[in-house]
Design a protein around this ligand. Sequence first.
Ligand SMILES: Nc1ncnc2c1ncn2[C@@H]1O[C@H](COP(=O)(O)OP(=O)(O)OP(=O)(O)O)[C@@H](O)[C@H]1O
Ligand SMILES: [Mg+2]
Length: 290
Amino acid sequence: MRTVSTVDPVLFYERELGGSDILPSLDPWQMAVLRDPARNLLVLSGRQCGKSTVSALLALSTSLTYRGQTVLLVSPSLRQSKLLFQTVRTMLEACATKPEVKELRANDVQFANGSKIVSLPGRNSDSIRGYANVALIIEDESAYVLAETHGAIRPMMAVNRYSRHVMVTTPNAQRGHFYKLWTREDLPASWSKHSITTAECTRISAEWLKDERDAISSRLYRQEYECAFLAASNSVLSADWLEAVADHRDLRRDDDALEASLNGDPDEALRAGRFDHLMDEIRAEEMASA
Ligand SMILES: Nc1ncnc2c1ncn2[C@@H]1O[C@H](COP(=O)(O)OP(=O)(O)OP(=O)(O)O)[C@@H](O)[C@H]1O
Ligand SMILES: [Mg+2]
């Protein structure tokens, strides 16, 4: 099967970033993901194993190896999409051959070879529509991306016969599109699965993980570090669950404020809350990219 990953992305890494300060080497699991030619990839991983890193690298390798490719990075929230794009930018700036950039903006980059990488939040399935002929879609934290968004982005690959969809995530309970795909027994041959727990990641010490296990509930530990899809409790809402809902609400508030401030509506931004702290971040970002 020929896909846009026919040229080995690990060779791209070695040529552009091998031995660099930002990414001195790749983990075996990261190499396996990069080299997997499947059209659809499901990658389940514990926290901090290097999911976003491998996603950014695959986006760069695809867009710089081939002309005229559109790569879409989809994250659950605006904040996460900005962080992921920052990872792409950091890698791009460290590339040995200094790829020719035509235009670099807050959330997207266009290269002289006609390829582009766009990083978008996926919490509004309607506003993400509009891209076509996409060569590669990467859903970062896929289990937290709305099912509607997942459904809205897949058709963007329809007219590109080499297109690929890579979903990387930590688990998020026994629900949602990623969980359903991961647990499907009749997964078609064009799909492939990879998983890594945080204990298997050599950068994270057993000592740190032991302390963490003592610090948080065993349910949360299993979900965040051991790739466990937790059963939702149907009687009492667990503390973890309430915490996760609160985090999600905070993310949405952050996103609302950020979007409103970017749209130049300070009243709306103030209503959404956390305006000052977000504006500081935006200003810092603008100064850094000036
Ligand atoms: N191969 C590698 N070599 C050295 N450092 C790495 C490697 N891969 C990732 N890292 C570093 O590990 C840290 C976590 O990486 P990253 O953010 O990609 O992980 P993640 O799995 O997306 O984390 P999270 O679960 O918080 O989303 C970062 O500081 C990143 O630079
Ligand atoms: Mg990440």
